[in-house]
Design a protein around this ligand. Structure first.
Ligand code: AMP
Ligand code: GLY
Length: 420
């Protein structure tokens, strides 16, 4: 089968890698890909906003299955566009991508279907928001409605910071703002919970814990993710049942009530307090770096699972996992998530070999004249599989030390809540 993976991050390198393990895969294209994907796939330099050019390429190259990595093309309707043209595509349609594309959409579903989430209010303009903020308890959480690449969420300790936040959002920092969500601050520990769905049924697709803050001990600015471990140390049978019964099942009931079918990964970002789950947000894709962390634990054939979803036969597929632990550490460009230098050469990379327990997934890399350069904030993901989180972390750190790249930094404490 000929497959196209859309995207260029560590998540997409992991998707390409997992697809390459299937005997049924004959060729993989990665659009646009990075300096890691090009070893297993053919990179194709097309813009993900240009659906027509992607369709032309698919047609010309007889591609049989398209897997969409990032949220933006999904929110913009690429699944609908390709499905109308009879192309098999893994990823939800435009209506259902609002689960990630619109915070108010998800909050309204939570309210209607009694899904546990932070108590919230939707506000339509600056004046209304400022008036409302005068009566809330702090800390309070303020969220821009649309896609904001993880940056549209403010956790505010006082009225002054809150007023600044709503002003920034309504001034258009994250694009045109017609409404915002102001919600209660939830205490607890976060967990990423994934399911995979074929439109008729869903199956669980493992759990992970992500470290979003740039600094050790989860301090400093928010990032796209500095590392993760899987499975989550918080998961247990009782919690799993609560997540399915109170959050996932009601969400699929809402989807059925909309008259829609969800095909793709659904990523529930949860807050867990006293073994009770609360939904913080939905994403309509795999997480990054959760994808890189989770996929190497998959024992079943990944292409079979994805293809079964597109053919609405997921109930005939097994989704089996290794019972080992996986941990990933992201090597970032110095300065990230603020400004950083681009086009910094990464030497020694070809000396570090992947094996069945150690993987390097590229993110912000490009290759020029047989050399590899960093061109993004998050550059490489070092993933290790082991019997324990501690051993996996040691092994990932050893590999980063072997690389010895002067242009980068990483967090040495990934998994600290489960390990230390
Ligand atoms: P989101 O983009 O909605 O995932 O929010 C980004 C991050 O902000 C989450 O991963 C949490 O760490 C934090 N966050 C969002 N909403 C809340 C909340 N209601 N209470 C506490 N933390 C939150
Ligand atoms: N790791 C967080 C995300 O993918 O949104």
């Amino acid at each position: 089968m000929k497959i196209a993976i859309l995207g260029s991050g560590g998540r997409e390198h992991a998707l390409v890698n997992q697809m390459s393990l299937s005997k049924k895969t004959t060729k993989i294209y990665c659009i646009p890909g990075n300096a890691g994907t090009c070893h297993l796939a053919e990179n194709v330099n097309l813009n993900l906003d240009n659906f027509e050019s992607i369709y032309d390429f698919i047609l010309k190259n007889k591609i049989e299955l398209v897997v969409v990595g990032p949220e933006k093309p999904l929110v913009d309707g690429i699944a609908d566009f390709l499905q109308e043209k009879k192309i098999k595509v893994f990823g939800p349609n435009k209506v259902l991508s609002q689960f990630e594309g619109s915070k108010t959409f998800t909050k309204n579903v939570c309210k209607k279907y009694n899904i546990p989430t932070a108590k919230f209010n939707i506000l339509k303009n600056l004046k209304e928001s400022i008036k409302y903020l005068n009566q809330v308890k702090f800390p309070i959480v303020i969220k821009a409605d649309g896609l904001a690449a993880g940056k549209g969420v403010y956790i505010c300790e006082n009225l002054e910071k809150s007023n600044e936040a709503v002003k920034e959002i309504f001034d258009g920092k994250f694009g045109k703002a017609d409404q915002i969500v102001i919600e209660e601050f939830l205490e607890g520990e976060e967990m990423s919970f994934f399911v995979i769905s074929d439109g008729k049924s869903f199956k669980q697709f493992n759990t992970a814990q992500d470290h979003k803050r740039v600094g050790e001990d989860d301090t400093g600015k928010n990032t796209g993710g500095m590392g993760a471990y899987s499975p989550s140390a918080l998961i247990n049978k009782d919690l799993e049942k609560k997540i399915i019964d109170k959050i996932i099942e009601p969400t699929f009931k809402a989807i059925r009530d909309f008259g829609e079918e969800y095909i793709g990964f659904l990523y529930a970002g949860l807050m867990i307090k006293n073994n009770e789950p609360f939904l913080i947000e939905y994403n309509v894709r795999m997480g990054d770096p959760e994808c890189q962390t989770i996929l190497p634990l998959l024992k079943s054939d990944f292409l079979d699972i994805i293809n079964a979803c597109c053919e609405q036969k997921l109930n005939q597929s097994n989704v089996d996992w290794s019972d080992k632990k996986s941990l990933s550490i992201v090597l970032c460009s110095k300065g990230y998530p603020e400004s950083y230098e681009k086009n910094v050469e990464i030497k020694n990379l070809n000396k570090i070999k992947n094996n069945k327990n150690n993987f390097i997934f590229h993110a912000g890399t490009i290759s020029k004249n047989d050399k590899i350069f960093a061109n993004g904030g998050r550059v490489l993901n070092f993933v290790s599989i082991s019997e324990s989180y501690l051993e996996a972390r040691k092994s990932a750190i050893d590999k980063i030390k072997d690389l010895n790249w002067g242009g980068g930094f990483f967090r040495k404490d990934i998994g600290f809540k489960a390990i230390d």
